[in-house]
Design a protein around this ligand. Structure first.
Ligand code: 3PG
Ligand code: MG
Length: 378
């Protein structure tokens, strides 16, 4: 079963220094139903994931540069406490000796859980290597993809492995696709897309896809509300000074083109420090909240400001509050954006909000691209 435990140390611990049952990362919680489902039916589960982008150094013995930050070892302990059962962690050496692992799995009792070390420690994963995929496949009798958030990557444990085993979508993957496709096919009137974060280049595909007129029908999008580096790039495209703010120079021509649609709404005020725009201002927050109030469907990816510093979270907080007050169906995605929502501790479970585990994958899906991991399951 492929999951996505790509969570850095800081996010893994949340704001607290210790792991507690209350600060388990959403990406971990999200895959528990599928794991439990499989265990209940007497399946032995071998969990596969990557973490970070570790660089492997080729030598006779395997060496990984940033081993500690990229190891999946801590996840074994977390999973074990959540599942209330032993999770057998399979380290790199054992993984290179795949036959020994096979023996171990064969000798284990029904419902046993194994977690393999970061697959990106091995060179085959990133390269979608067939031989490596076949080795992984030899550990199991069927394959489950429950990692929507990495399904935009052509990796061996996401794509090539499906050539060697009967392959299925996990419960989380199914839920993600149901929610995202619902918004793509039938957005309720007044679709509002909120785009923040550092880069407009990540989001350009989404903007273009929603501006498209399909078969003579007008595009479904009402407007894009922008913040963060995304808004700064649009400011720069209008020839406005952005000081030392984060923006993407090479995206200016594309941004200028998109502005012609007149559907891209830019902040009217900003919070600034040291010649940098670091958050949307109160007037913008109010203006955006009024628009959100009338929305039927909302998509949000990327914070409104530099949320690493709590002083610049006000804009994103206002957006969160406005979404919670509205009656719209909202999809929120991207690591930072979902952490804002969780950090503010809003009662999101009661609301009509779907929190996607996908960041890049969600943006590619919403841009209308085919995701290799999903195609491989068809
Ligand atoms: C993510 O966190 O967006 C996914 O796990 C993909 O990770 P990657 O961008 O390193 O491939
Ligand atoms: Mg990413």
């Amino acid at each position: 079963m492929r999951v996505d435990f790509n969570i850095n140390d800081a996010d893994l611990r949340g704001s607290k220094r210790e792991f507690t049952r209350n600060n388990i990362h959403p990406r971990i919680l999200a895959v528990l139903p599928t794991i439990k489902f499989l265990i209940k039916r007497g399946t032995k589960v071998v969990i596969l994931s990557h973490r970070g982008r570790p660089t492997t150094i080729k030598s006779s013995k395997f060496k990984v540069k940033n081993y500690k930050q990229s190891s999946l070892k801590p996840f074994g302990k977390i999973l074990s406490s959540l599942l209330k059962k032993r999770v057998n962690f399979v380290n790199l050496d054992a993984l290179s000796l795949i036959n020994r692992t096979k023996e171990k799995i064969r000798g284990s009792i029904t419902g046993s859980v194994f977690l393999l070390e970061n697959l990106r420690f091995l060179p085959g994963e990133d390269k979608n290597d067939k031989k490596f995929a076949k080795q992984l496949a030899s550990l199991a009798t069927f394959y489950v993809n429950d990692a929507f958030s990495v399904s935009h990557r052509k990796n061996a444990s996401v794509v090539a492995i499906t050539k060697f085993l009967p392959s299925y979508a996990g419960l989380l993957l199914e839920k993600e696709i149901k929610n995202l496709s619902r918004i793509m096919k039938n957005p309720k009137k007044l679709l509002v897309i909120i785009l923040g974060g550092a880069k407009v280049s990540d989001k350009i595909g989404v903007i273009k896809n929603f501006l498209k007129e399909v078969k003579g029908q007008k595009s479904k999008i009402n407007c894009f509300l922008t913040g963060g580096g995304v808004a700064n790039t649009f400011f720069a495209a209008q020839g406005l000074p952005v000081g030392k703010s984060l923006y993407e120079k090479e995206m200016i021509p594309a941004a200028r083109q998109l502005l012609k649609s007149r559907k891209i709404i830019l902040p009217v005020d900003a919070v600034r420090k040291d010649k940098k725009i670091l958050d949307i201002g109160p007037k913008t927050a109010e203006k955006y909240s009024q628009i959100i109030k009338k929305a039927g469907t909302i998509i949000w990816n990327g914070p409104m400001g530099y949320i690493e510093d709590p002083k610049f979270t006000k804009g994103s907080k206002a957006i969160t509050e406005a979404i919670l007050k509205s009656r719209a169906f909202a999809i929120v995605g991207g690591g930072e954006t979902t952490s804002i929502i969780s950090n503010f501790q809003f009662p999101i479970s009661k609301k009509n909000i779907f929190i996607s585990t996908g960041g890049g994958a969600m943006l590619e899906y919403l841009a209308g691209k085919k995701l290799p991991g999903l195609e491989a399951l068809k």
